[in-house]
Design a protein around this ligand. Structure first.
Ligand code: XBP
Ligand code: MG
Length: 250
């Protein structure tokens, strides 16, 4: 039987909004300063650090690189990350973070077509909930799974598996939307067809296995509900194709 698209599960950072370079990064830097640390992540350096998912893990890895011992790095990272989370939450509630162009139209179209909405992110619930509310309201987001809810962060599939379980759906019933190779790996490992919408940090990454790789939601062929359905169906019906053939730029 042909697959039927019942839900779209969105990643948050880089997908719903371009949060990383001018949102999370300055919040991390301000937190370092508040804790008296002489650390400032530049835009290019931050891009490299993004392969380490989860803010606390990212800070700890950088502190270890700078010679801070293992346990001490983890404890200091946890404290700095609490400050960063508070700062970034204030940024979110100030309304400074806006949706990527075309996202509101896609979400409205999905909701109008009866496609359920969910979120699967590495970020912390404290800021994820108000951000999702600001960017996706008035459309109901039934399920939000965050970095607080999982034992293992992306590229582990746990966040997507939990989202599917909470929706009561199989992987075949849903489509993931991601911006990064790490996110694609997580969604693919959960068995999901995945559309990648790239951004400045991720455009050159390897997206083999994606249902499509797009530079944005808008463009000559904007991503809307009908195209999501077509890409989802094609990915599943090309089930015997190699992951390379499933990728591409449709
Ligand atoms: C992106 C991440 C997060 C953010 C920072 O997650 O890896 O760590 O960079 O947020 P996704 P936190 O793309 O899955 O949304 O500081 O709250 O971790
Ligand atoms: Mg992302």
């Amino acid at each position: 039987m042909a697959p039927h698209l019942r839900a779209v599960i969105f990643d948050v950072d880089g997908t719903l909004a371009d949060t990383e370079r001018d949102g999370h990064r300055p919040a991390f830097n301000a937190a370092f300063a508040e804790h008296g640390l002489d650390v400032e992540w530049g835009a290019a350096e931050y891009g490299r650090l993004l392969t380490i998912t989860g803010g606390a893990r990212r800070i700890a890895a950088d502190l270890r690189e700078r010679g801070v011992a293992g346990d001490e790095a983890d404890e200091l990272a946890a404290r700095v990350h609490r400050t960063k989370t508070a700062l970034f939450t204030s940024l979110v509630t100030s309304g400074a973070i806006v949706a990527r162009p075309g996202l509101p139209e896609l979400v409205a179209d999905l909701a109008a077509g009866g496609v359920r909405l969910a979120v699967a992110t590495t970020g912390r619930r404290t800021w994820v909930e108000p951000l999702v509310d600001r960017l996706l309201a008035p459309h109901p987001v039934e399920v939000i799974v965050t970095g607080d809810d999982v034992a293992d962060l992306k590229p582990d599939p746990e966040v997507y598996l939990r989202a599917l379980a909470a929706l009561g759906l199989e992987a075949r019933d849903a489509l993931a939307v991601e911006d990064s190779a790490v996110g694609l790996r997580a969604a693919t490992a959960a068995g999901l067809a995945t559309v990648v919408v790239t951004n400045g940090y991720t455009a050159d990454q390897d997206f083999t296995g994606a249902a499509a790789v797009l530079p944005g939601f808008d463009g000559p062929e904007p991503l809307r509900a009908q195209r999501c359905r077509a890409l989802h169906r094609r990915w599943w019906t090309a089930g015997t194709a190699t992951s390379g053939e499933r990728g591409g730029t449709a």
